[in-house]
Write a protein that binds this ligand. Structure first.
Ligand code: NAP
Length: 538
């Protein structure tokens, strides 16, 4: 095939990361093409259209911070905006910064091959095009490669069946429908709470319960929005200072220095407050010390018992295999009260296993449940899947899939030995997966943009992570898991996904040392002339 198209940069994805990277590179006067599989901008916020989809980080910490004008002209309507508002925001960004002419929509990158003699990447799309570039930047999202169970008989089911990420784009009339939702992560919990009142019958197929806490959403009025706008510098400085990049950071007081009544008072306040405070604005020890964690877990378990009328159902909703906040915490609005509705049934799959689908529904524990719709809220091949689903081949024919067969290896999430000039925004082993995504994206876009500026200033045309720096970072990432109870969790934070063959064991997908330490570390690398990377003029 002959190639007629060349850009200095190709960015894969026009979601939150891709849009910011594109804006920055255009401001630097560079030649960029973004290739986007969807018909519009927004990435996760374009794709996820399931009922109930909304932020669980405060809206005003989710927006971009790189433009004062943008901050001042955009009003958020709620503390935690729903998906249509977020999508409108990202569309506004695309228009405001005139990004669309640089984005090729409805085009999926299927392969990318590094051509060493020419120091170029050859990028292939599902449209049959080949585009060459010097730098290939991936902005493919951390949770964009859906995974579903292989359910025997699924192809015989006569109703509608889909993953939450593929909720029908032209909507779905659930009035009078019999619906099953498989999975009770953050997505399942949002869907279940949103549709319970609409459907005729809702069956929740729960394998393991998840701890969840109230979102405590509320509108933001004009006065409050004006006040937020006047404090943006302070808000973003606060986010920069906390491990998770949120406005919530651990309290100064030690768990051991508070008596049980004081602990309870803090937890009551946090349970009724908006957002992740109960998870990230708590005593540090609750995520590290099993005893502190058990006391908090007992507090939240009692809340569940108070909110669910049927005691047996309440017990089924309380996790036994992990403590509160050890897995990524879903935030909910009326989730537990959903189980007080007469049209909602909770099926505990540990008692009644999901056996198969039939033309009319599913069979659990030997009984058939009649259904019109089956929704898989079963999660993603997190952080790694969106990259390895592209056939990326680096130097000497090395495939990324093979390089990462026993777990991803990167230098700071940005680069992989053997894959020169391939730069990942928020890639595996970055801190970004564990933090407020847009804040982490801002860090990563800034770092990558400064790197390419440095290369241009010094005439470098090729960058590659060294094996030594990568080994050292893989080691540091492993170390960052050691002090957290999360290290044993069986959830996407630790790369656990039973729907993927060979990845049933927890593994390290992200740096858990917190955003400030991560930033310090990568800034130090930059200050030392990108120590750990080989820079060449070729
Ligand atoms: P998830 O957290 O990985 O949850 C998947 C759920 O499906 C779990 O309950 C899991 O059960 C269940 N499951 C998986 N395979 C199954 C099988 N074969 N049979 C039965 N059950 C199965 O995925 P998610 O809910 O989509 O959330 C992923 C992440 O997306 C969240 O943690 C969050 O970071 C992000 N998210 C954010 C928001 C927001 O508000 N901004 C909303 C939604 C999602 P087990 O626990 O037993 O594995």
């Amino acid at each position: 095939m002959t190639t007629s198209e060349y850009h200095e940069f190709v960015v894969i994805g026009a979601g939150v990361g891709g849009l910011q990277q594109l804006t920055r590179l255009l401001q630097m006067g560079r030649d960029v093409l973004v290739i986007e599989a969807n018909a519009g901008v927004g990435g996760t916020w374009f794709q996820n259209r399931y009922p109930g989809c909304r932020f669980d980080s405060e809206s005003f910490t989710y927006g971009y911070s790189f433009s004062q004008e943008l901050l001042q002209e955009w009003d958020w309507s709620e503390m935690f905006a729903a998906r249509p508002e977020t999508l409108r925001y990202l569309e506004h960004v695309a228009d405001r910064f005139e990004l669309r002419p640089h984005i090729r929509f409805d085009t999926r990158v299927v392969a990318a091959r590094y051509d060493e003699p020419r120091n170029r990447w050859r990028v292939e799309t599902d449209a049959g095009d080949t585009v060459e570039c010097r730098f290939l930047i991936t902005a493919v999202g951390n949770l964009s490669a859906p995974t579903t169970p292989s359910l025997p008989g699924a192809d015989t089911f006569e109703g509608a069946m889909f993953h939450t990420r593929d909720w029908p784009h032209d909507g779905l009339d659930l009035e009078g429908a019999r619906v099953a939702v498989v999975g009770t992560g953050a997505t399942g919990i949002q869907v279940i709470s949103a549709i319970a009142a609409q459907v005729d019958r809702l069956t929740v197929l729960q394998r393991r319960p998840n701890w969840a806490a109230p979102l405590n959403n509320r509108p933001i009025g004009a006065d409050e929005m004006a006040e937020i706008k006047s404090r943006y510098d302070e808000i973003f400085a606060r986010c920069d200072a906390t491990p998770g990049g949120f406005v919530h950071g651990p309290v100064e007081e030690r768990f051991a220095d508070a008596d049980p009544a004081q602990r309870r008072a803090l937890w009551e306040r946090l349970y009724d407050a908006p957002g992740f405070g109960i998870w990230l604005g708590n005593y540090r020890e609750v995520l590290m010390d099993p005893e502190a964690n058990a006391e908090l877990s007992a507090f939240v378990a009692d809340k569940i018992r108070q909110r669910v009328d049927d005691p047996a159902t309440a017990e089924k909703l309380i996790p036994r295999d992990h403590g509160f906040g050890v897995q990524r915490l879903p935030l909910e609005t009326g989730y537990y009260e959903t189980y007080n509705r007469p049209n909602v049934e909770l099926v505990d799959l540990s008692e009644e296993p999901l056996e198969r689908a039939t033309p009319r529904g599913v069979v659990v524990g030997g009984r058939e449940i009649a259904l019109d719709v089956i929704v898989f809220a079963t999660g993603f091949d997190a952080i790694v899947g969106a990259l390895t689903r592209i056939d990326i081949v680096g130097r000497d024919g090395l495939a990324l899939r093979d390089a990462w067969r026993s777990g991803p290896r990167t230098a700071y999430g940005f680069a992989v030995p053997g894959f020169p000039n391939l730069l990942a925004l928020t890639g595996p082993l970055s801190a970004s997966g564990a933090t407020n995504f847009p804040r982490a994206i801002d860090t990563c876009v800034t770092w990558v943009s400064d790197l390419v500026q440095h290369m241009g200033d010094h005439g470098y045309t090729r960058i590659e992570a060294t094996a030594e720096a990568t080994d050292a970072w893989v080691h540091d990432v492993a170390h960052s898991h050691e002090r957290l109870l999360m290290r044993n969790a069986r959830s996407w934070f630790t790369g656990y996904n039973t729907n993927l063959r060979g990845t049933e064991k927890p593994r390290h997908l992200m740096y858990l040392g917190g955003a400030p330490r991560f930033r310090e570390r990568i800034d130090e690398v930059a200050r030392h002339g990108y120590e750990g990377f080989s820079l060449e003029r070729v």
